[in-house]
Design a protein around this ligand. Sequence first.
Ligand code: P6P
Length: 354
Amino acid sequence: MSDDGHISLTRFLIEEQRAGHVNADLRLLVEVVARACKRIAIAIGKGALGGVLGEAGAPGETRLNVQGEAQKKLDVLSNEILLEANAWGGHLAGLASEEMELPHPIPDVYPRGNYLLVFDPLDGSSNIDVNVSVGTIFSVLRCPDGVTQPQAAHFLQPGRAQVAAGYCVYGPSTQLVLSVGHGTHAFTLDREVGSFVLTTRGMRIPEETAEFAVNLSNQRHWEAPMQAYVADLLAGKDGPRGKDFNLRWVASMVADVHRILTRGGLFAYPLDRKCAAQGGKLRLLYEANPMALLVEQAGGAASTGRAPLLDLAPQALHQRVPVFLGSRIEVETAVAYHRAADAAAALSPGTAAG
Ligand code: P6P
């Protein structure tokens, strides 16, 4: 412990290595990602003074990323920072990013390691120009033995195969939330020293909650069980739930999930008619899976509404899925609405489940 009683991320990871929870390469990988997040935090913190706000590309031109979403300058910069930081360390066999259609190889001049890193370099970037919290989300997988040029298929591993996951939330404080499979822990950036300091060892999500996060403007597009579930939340203490619920929606997954990891709640981005054809809105490999690991490691639950998220076998690098995660009992309640609707539909074929 340092003289001010703080445990740095470096010390925490060394202790995790002594405990056999990580090896030297994975420890280095997490430290490299954390260092990249510090650089991203500095760029974001400059705001308009750093010339990094607004759309990427020439004035008046809207540049779309592989998702078909308008790309911000900070999306591009954050992606470049993470690619450069992870190129030379010898800990990775390959990387994949929300901002790139295909996996990014480690340059031949550098040694390769045994891990795959997949990330959303700046999630919620539509919030940047209005100064709302955004974040970087990352997930670490093992590269299959003998693979030195990983292709997309090598990243298609279920969320339970993750060896580490985390996010960095760029908010009033910059916090790194990390799991290496032994609990979920929060570190706050000490800007004066320039290092992440352990501020919550073992985050725990309350099993029950009176708070939910959903984009209510999509309500008319939801499946019937989701409409029924939320209608009962909104009915409050006079309805079947017998208590009032608060609604919070930042529209930045990292900010909403951080609130839930800190004080409980339910986060939902369900299927709706607008995104059903794509399988959902949020991406499985670099949004849903890392968040699901962090939440489960904090005693919460994470589901598609019908099955545990971490059990899904990914079919594509940028696959989208419906997401329900947070307080365990509330997630189970939402899942129960979906399963009851599916069971009723199975008994009377020809009527839609939702
Ligand atoms: P909507 C941000 O674009 C994001 O991917 C998540 O961070 C966030 O939870 C969601 O989309 C917000 O979606 O439809 O409310 O704008």
